[in-house]
Design a protein around this ligand. Structure first.
Ligand code: NDP
Length: 244
């Protein structure tokens, strides 16, 4: 049997990029999968179709992680639909690059609402539903471990918050047999950070392997953590050596 057979997973921001690759990987490992999205309805429905083609149940839920009510409501809808929730992948996130004096107050609030507050609220709602064996995997960033160039203050701050959240969650939920870990991707070729974008060469040069990674390479590590038993409160880089 596949490692996640009979499990139900929710991947936030699963319409594109790392989230979509993770949804498909978890389905291949045997899980039924729900994804949230905001704008990418068709892309999310395509992920649902592809999960279905793997013989697993799937659901797409429109839910803006920046909206406190919607973030928690998505968890409840998924748990009601499938009858349970075993795996949460906190993947929804927004990028932010530029100098310290760049972001407006609204920009700061938006990035923190999606990358931090939404993760907290989604996780809290999911933890309330999870039973022993529950798994929480949060997508951080290599910029939470190493910042090799200027222009990352807001984004690095938001992603670093997820390290503290993960360690504290591990302590809080460990007695219930639920694990929490954070995955730090390096430069990964997605819409957010295309491998042919204006900042791509500089990022690839910081890695030890000299290249961007793929969403599937991140999904493989997430899938491992979704089924591992004795791994919690830990940070994992899948960054081509960016932090080395
Ligand atoms: P993409 O921009 O390619 O995809 C983002 C996904 O998140 C989409 O499915 C999008 O849905 C969804 N999303 C965006 N905002 C919200 C929101 N407010 N509520 C719900 N869903 C939302 O990003 P990546 O796949 O590159 O990034 C995924 C995660 O990985 C992010 O947390 C990012 O910070 C992190 N990361 C990425 C790196 C990279 O180099 N690519 C490096 C390190 C970390 P919609 O269809 O609605 O747009």
């Amino acid at each position: 049997p596949t490692p996640l057979h009979g499990k139900v997973a929710l991947v936030t921001g699963g319409s594109r990029g790392i989230g979509a690759a993770t949804a498909l990987r978890l389905a291949r490992d045997g899980a039924d999968v729900a994804v949230t999205y905001v704008n990418g309805k068709e892309e999310a429905e395509d992920v649902v179709r592809r999960v279905g083609a793997l013989g697993r149940r799937a659901l797409a839920v429109r839910s803006d992680a920046a909206d406190a009510g919607e973030a928690a409501d998505a968890v409840d809808r998924v748990a009601r639909h499938f009858g349970t929730l075993d795996v949460l992948v906190n993947n929804a996130g927004v990028g932010a690059v530029g100098p310290l004096d760049g972001p407006t107050l609204a920009d700061v609030d938006r990035v923190l609402a999606v990358n931090v507050r939404g993760v907290f609220l989604t996780t809290r709602a999911a933890a309330a539903r999870m039973e022993r064996g529950g798994r929480i995997v949060t997508i951080g960033s290599c910029l939470a471990q190493r910042v090799p160039a200027p222009g990352a203050t807001l984004y690095a701050m938001s992603k670093s918050a997820l390290v503290g959240l993960t360690k504290a969650l591990a302590r809080e939920l460990g007695p219930r047999g639920i694990t929490a870990n954070v995955v730090h991707p390096g430069p990964i070729d997605t819409d957010m950070n295309p491998a042919d974008g204006p900042f791509a060469d500089g990022q690839a040069a910081v890695t030890a392997l000299g290249r961007f990674g793929t969403a599937d390479e991140v999904a493989g590590l997430v899938a491992y953590l979704a089924s591992a038993d004795y791994v919690t409160g830990a940070e994992f880089a899948v960054d081509g050596g960016y932090a080395a």
